[in-house]
Design a protein around this ligand. Structure first.
Ligand SMILES: Nc1ncnc2c1ncn2[C@@H]1O[C@H](COP(=O)(O)OP(=O)(O)OP(=O)(O)O)[C@@H](O)[C@H]1O
Length: 310
């Protein structure tokens, strides 16, 4: 089942274009990372999928129905960016309240609270919770009723590294059970192994969508080889100079090793030449990470983008 489909979706606040011709889909059993700078349009995209707003142009379908329909909404879990709870109520009371509102079984409440690591704190008032504990309660709220589509806006805000890793592991388990998950964030470190595809949004337009290898192909960024010379740096450098057509090839010496940035299309040719020369003792290869790719697509205007137009 398709969790959602955005087809040629645009959205304006008054006259201000916020989303521009977005095509994006999510299937069941998939985790999509939706990344972009502040003001890129991530939350607006989520609001359209929740049916809280209508697109100015294009169509949004959710769980094979219409965004916002009550029969669709009951299968959606949503963690908003800033979670707030009644401070005088306990975690258990708050979650029971949300379970009633959502028509979910109250029997789920203790189990969900344990799942997010709040077993010992479920009977404490939320005014005593830390930021990370409130965020976990928000996550438990989003998981009520076993949603088919789970949308999380900045879920790692306030979580320490161990809690963040726990969250990602939990999401992977839900994904394996068939839930479609959108993870909206501008925090990229650590997320790469846990997502199936990434969508990179800049100023309301999708710059790139795909799994890591597809994004690497689209970005066509250089691969970095780190080479330990077998004999001397100069002999190894000579081999590299001779083998490359030198288009965009960058060579630097670092701590007695050579660091070579090579275009993906030239990588194998260069590696074969270096291996055949006998001038290399060891090689390590660094492919562009999700963060490198994100910075590439956000472009040199990154700093200007980051404030959005807020
Ligand atoms: N209620 C509103 N009225 C007018 N403009 C708005 C409103 N809400 C958001 N915007 C504008 O829409 C654009 C997209 O905002 P959105 O909240 O979708 O971005 P975001 O990617 O979620 O950003 P962040 O990472 O900062 O949460 C921004 O330029 C923002 O100023």
């Amino acid at each position: 089942m398709s969790c959602f489909r955005l087809e040629n979706v645009s959205f304006r606040y008054d006259k201000k274009p916020v989303l521009k011709g977005i095509d994006l889909r999510l299937e069941s059993g998939e985790i999509l990372g939706l990344f972009g700078h502040n003001g890129a349009g991530k939350t607006t995209s989520i609001k359209l999928i929740l049916g809280l707003m209508q697109p100015t142009q294009g169509t949004v379908s959710v769980l094979d129905g219409h965004a916002g329909d009550p029969e669709v909404a009951q299968f959606i879990g949503y963690l908003p960016e800033n979670v707030m709870f009644y401070p005088q109520l306990t975690g258990r009371e708050i979650l029971s309240h949300f379970a009633r509102l959502k028509g979910a079984s109250p029997g789920q409440v203790p189990e969900l609270l344990s799942q997010v690591g709040l077993a010992d704190a479920m009977d404490a008032r939320t005014k005593t919770y830390s930021k990370g504990m409130r965020q976990r309660l928000g996550l438990a709220q989003a998981l009520l009723g076993k949603p088919k589509l789970l949308m999380l806006d900045e879920p790692t805000v306030g979580l320490d590294p161990v809690a963040t890793a726990d969250l990602y592991r939990l999401l992977r388990k839900l994904r394996d059970e068939g839930t479609g998950i959108v993870l909206c964030s501008h925090v990229l470190p650590g997320v790469e192994p846990y997502i199936d595809r990434a969508a990179i949004l800049t100023d309301g337009a999708l710059q790139a969508v795909g799994d890591l290898s597809a994004l690497r192909r689209q970005a066509n960024m250089p691969v970095t080889l780190s080479l330990d010379p077998a004999n001397s740096i100069s002999a190894l450098e000579k081999v590299i100079d001779g083998a490359s057509s030198s288009n965009g090839l960058m060579i630097k010496t670092e701590h007695g090793r050579l660091r070579v940035d090579v275009q993906p299309s030239e990588k194998m040719h260069l590696l074969r030449a270096v291996m055949a020369s006998g001038e290399v003792a060891d090689i390590s290869i660094h492919q562009p990470s999700l963060e490198d790719i994100y910075v590439h697509f956000i472009g040199s205007g990154g700093l200007a983008h980051r404030g959005g137009s807020q």
